[in-house]
Structure formats: C-alpha cells, structure tokens
Design a protein around this ligand. Structure first.
Ligand SMILES: NC(=O)c1ccc[n+]([C@@H]2O[C@H](COP(=O)([O-])OP(=O)(O)OC[C@H]3O[C@@H](n4cnc5c(N)ncnc54)[C@H](OP(=O)(O)O)[C@@H]3O)[C@@H](O)[C@H]2O)c1
Length: 337
C-alpha cells in the first residue's frame, strides 16, 4: 500500500528472517523437472512489468517472458527505443503480447502517471531491472538532488514499488523481482554518507546502489510477510553479462563480427545478456521460487543456468535495512508497505 512516509510500518528487519530459508530449496520437489531455460512454464493471462525492458538484459527478460504467453509491459524512458524493442519481440515471438509505458526512474514525478498508464487491474510481477552504471566523475545528481545511481537504481524502484503495490496486492501471488549485482558483494552501505557526497568513486557508488536495492528487496519481503501480504520479493542477478557475448537483435542491439571475436575469451567465464536474463525469468515464473531468495547463474555466480543461491552473508546481517528503508521513504515520500 502506498502511504505517506511517516506512516510506515515498524521495521521488520529485526524480526524473524524472510520467507526464504535453506529448507525452501530442500523442499523443492525432487520430482520437479529440471528448469529448461528454452521452455519455461506458460503464464497465459498474467501481466508482468519489466523496467528497462527496451535494452540489454531487460530486453531479453521481456522476450523470454513474452514467450510464456503473458502480457509484458516495458517501462522505460525513450518512446523510439521502446517501439523498436516491441517490434523486435513481436518479430521473434509469434503472438507476443507486449506494450509500453514511459517512465523515468530518476524522476519520481513520472512514476504515478506511468503506473496509471499500465491500465491493468492487477500486476503478477514486476522486474526492477533498469539501471545505470556511471564510469567517471564528476558525481551527478537527479533533478531532485540525489546521487544519480542511487536515485535511478534504488530510489526510483523503491518509489515505483510503492505506487505499484495496490496492483500487486490485487494479484493472487505477485512477485517483485529486483535485479541485483555481484558488484554489491564487495561494498558496504554508509549510513553517514549514503549518497557518496564525500570521496565520490563511481564504481563504489554503483556497487552501493545495487547493495541498497538488494537490501531493500529482502526488507520488503520481511515486511510483506509481517503484513500478511500475498506479494513476495525476490532478488535475481545476471552474473557477468557482456554486449560482446549477446546475440544480435537488429532493432535493439547489433553485435559485429569483430566484437564477437574479441568477446570469445571472456565467454569462458562470462555470458551474454540473453543468458543474464535467465535468473530473473526463473524468479518470475518458477512456481517453486519463494520470497527472500536470490537467483543467479550456476557457474561461480557468473554464468550458466539459473539456480537459487544462499543469501549472501552481508545481506543476512540486516544491519542497514531499517535506516535505508526510512531514508528511502523520507526521500521519496512513499513507502511500499
Ligand atoms: N550487464 C551486467 O553484467 C550486469 C551485472 C550485474 C547487474 N546488472 C544489472 O542488470 C540491469 C540491466 O543491466 P544491463 O547491462 O542490461 O544495462 P543496459 O544495457 O545499460 O540497460 C539498462 C536499461 O535501463 C534503462 N534505464 C536507465 N536509466 C533509466 C531511467 N532513469 N529510467 C528508466 N529506465 C532507465 C535503460 O533505458 P534507456 O534505453 O532509456 O537508457 C535500459 O533499458 C541493471 O540493473 C544492472 O545494474 C548488470
């Protein structure tokens, strides 16, 4: 439920752990067939939203979800790129049901209108995929004065989730799937300087923004459980996904023969964005997936077929979850639960 920030529920970060548990993988039916990335289960009649669905990993999440029979809505900034992505999906997936809404995650004021434009009575899943990674100083800010990666990757998705919650709660068992990153593993959040105002280092600020997203995803699941909500929150991460290893989709992305050759050595440890989409698609579609889980690539967390992995130790500590939630609610003026 979207509520004014002052009326958020007490932090659930110190309460019992989220619905993910080591027993959830163990309880996965031994009889369930192995997950086939080329043939995920059907999802006819369901509605999914993918932020950043016009490019990169998000594009392939859309393409693969559309092949399940679901209606997939792409959320992103640029109308021409959205149109090109939809044309590409329609050209590859017979009968694909795709449409687009414009949203700029760095502009919180664009989000209520984007949600209204969804024109659906319920939403079965949202994949919080859109993101930016800035390589060079200087530190940049969004129009409302937040560090740009923290604003786009974390605050935008925090606010979007709040605005979407009535639609998610109207579905029987909706999922919020947050796109994390192994870049978060080596970073720590800083309560004294959450937006890297001092000693700005782009790579660290990116890692922190992804860690903030992942911390939010698990705190969201704890709060949803505490509130008795049917909605669950999971994390997916793509491992390492390079454009040079990604098959061409001429309207969206073209890989030259040279780029393909140059990318070959990296293919031993990393993968394309088509494969980078697999964990998120499984987190949306696998009936056995549970709130609070992390889904990533099988081989060293970098490449390969999707599987659930143990929740990373830095995320089980929950030390940052409560202050981050309160800060995010204060900065966005909304709270998802
Ligand atoms: N590639 C990797 O190896 C890797 C590894 C770990 C995690 N990830 C995560 O995976 C996600 C996708 O990465 P990618 O490599 O596919 O990136 P990408 O190719 O650069 O695509 C990013 C997408 O996000 C959209 N976007 C950016 N800023 C936005 C904004 N303000 N509002 C709405 N949409 C916005 C972009 O739309 P425009 O077309 O408008 O720019 C684009 O669709 C990100 O969350 C990233 O952190 C990637």
């Amino acid at each position: 439920m979207t509520t004014p920030s002052g009326s958020s529920t007490p932090s659930a970060s110190s309460s019992a752990s989220s619905s993910a548990s080591s027993s959830s993988s163990a309880s996965r039916s031994a009889a369930a067939p192995p997950w086939d990335v080329a043939r995920p289960p059907r999802a006819d009649g369901r509605v999914f939203l993918v932020t950043g669905g016009n490019a990169g990993i998000g594009y392939f999440v859309v393409e693969q979800l559309a092949a399940s029979g679901a209606e997939v809505v792409l959320g992103s900034r640029d109308p021409a790129r959205l149109q090109a992505a939809m044309a590409s999906v329609r050209g590859r997936v017979p009968g694909a049901r795709v449409r687009a809404v414009r949203m700029d995650l760095a502009d919180p004021l664009s989000l209520p209108a984007a949600v209204a434009e969804l024109r659906t009575e319920r939403l079965d899943a949202v994949v919080l995929n859109a993101g930016i990674a800035l390589d060079h100083p200087p530190r940049r800010e969004s129009a409302d004065g937040n560090e740009l990666m923290f604003a786009t990757n974390h605050l935008g998705h925090f606010a979007l989730t709040a605005h979407l919650m009535p639609l998610l709660a109207a579905a029987p068992a909706a999922r919020v799937v947050t796109m994390g990153s192994i870049a978060a593993r080596s970073e720590r959040l800083d309560a004294a300087d959450p937006q890297s105002a001092h000693d700005y280092r782009p790579k660290r600020a990116y890692g922190r923004s992804k860690l903030a997203q992942m911390s939010f995803a698990l705190e969201l699941d704890r709060r949803l459980r505490a509130a008795g909500s049917p909605v669950s929150s999971l994390i997916a991460h793509p491992g390492g996904a390079l454009d040079s290893l990604t098959p061409s989709r001429p309207l969206v992305h073209t890989r030259s023969a040279g780029a393909r050759l140059l990318g070959l050595p990296a293919g031993a440890v990393l993968q394309g964005k088509d494969a980078g989409a697999w964990p998120a698609v499984r987190a949306v579609l696998d009936p056995a997936a549970r709130g609070g889980e992390i889904w990533g690539p099988r081989v060293l967390g970098l490449r390969g077929r999707p599987r659930s992995e143990p929740v990373w130790p830095l995320l089980t500590e929950h030390t940052d979850a409560a202050w981050l939630w309160e800060l995010s609610a204060a900065l966005t003026g909304v709270t998802p639960v």
